[in-house]
Design a protein around this ligand. Sequence first.
Ligand code: AMP
Length: 280
Amino acid sequence: MKVYKTVAGLQRHLNELRQKGAQIGFVPTMGALHDGHLSLVKRCLNENNICVVSIFVNPTQFNNKTDLEKYPRNLERDINLLKSVGCNVVFAPSVKQIYPKVDKRQFDFGPLDKVMEGTYRPGHFNGVAQVVSRLFDIVAPKKAYFGEKDFQQLAIIREMVKQYHIPVEIIGCPIVREKDGMALSSRNERLSADERKRAVKISQTLFKSVEMAKSHSVDEVKKWVIDTINEEAILEVEYYEIVNSLTMQSVNSWNDCDNITGCITVYCGEVRLIDNIQYK
Ligand code: AMP
C-alpha cells in the first residue's frame, strides 16, 4: 500500500496506474477509521482495480472550532487498518495541499441544504462540497463511495456531481452498526463508557418507530421518537425530521412519496451524533 501526502506524488502514481488500464475507485474519509469506513473500502475494492482512500479532516466543513480540534486523529492506526483490508493507495494531505489558497467557492444546492444539517451547521455542506469537489479533481476516480449514515450529505454530493457534470459515479452504502444497533461513528470514540451505553437508545428508538409507523401518523411518530430519546437525561434531540428520501423535505403523511427516511441528530453530553432510519 502506498501512502502519499502530496497531490503531485499521488497524481504521478495514479496516472501510471491509469495508463496501465486500472479503474480507480475512491473513498473520502476524515480518518479515525472504523468498520463503517472499511465497508466502503471493501466495496470499492470489489468494484475497481485500485482503491484510493483519503484521510483529511477538512477545516472548511466544521462550523464549530472545538469540534474540529477535538475530532479524533490517528493516522498510523488508520494506515494499518487500511493495509489489513487490502487498500492500495492512501492520500493523507496537509491543509495547504488541498487549499493552496482560501477556497471562496459558494455552492447552492437549493432546498436540499436548507434543512436539517444545513440549518443547524451553517456552511457545513458548502465545506463538504469544497473538499469533495477538490478531491474528485485530484483523484479523478470512476466511482466514489459514501455512507448512508450521512444521509443528507449523500444527497448533496449526488446533486453536486449533477449540477457540475462531474464524471464520477456516486455509490451509497448502507449504515454499519454495532451489535446493539448503535451506528458506528468516529465521534463514538469521544463518548464515556456510560454515555456509550445510554446512546444506544437513539438507534433502538428509531428501530421501534418503524413498527409504530404502521399504525400512527407521521406527526405522532415524530413526537414519540423525540420524547422517548429525551427521556434519557444525557441525551438531547437537536432535530428529528421525517423526510422524502430524495428531496430531504419533511413529509406530512406516509403516502406523500415512495421513499421516506427519518433523520436525527442527538447530543449525548457534548458529542453530536447523527443517525437515520428508512420507513419505506
Ligand atoms: P467521515 O470520516 O465521518 O467523513 O466518513 C467517511 C465516509 O464514511 C462517509 O461517506 C460516511 O458516510 C461513511 N460512514 C461513516 N460512518 C459509517 C457507518 N457507520 N456506516 C457506513 N458508512 C459510514
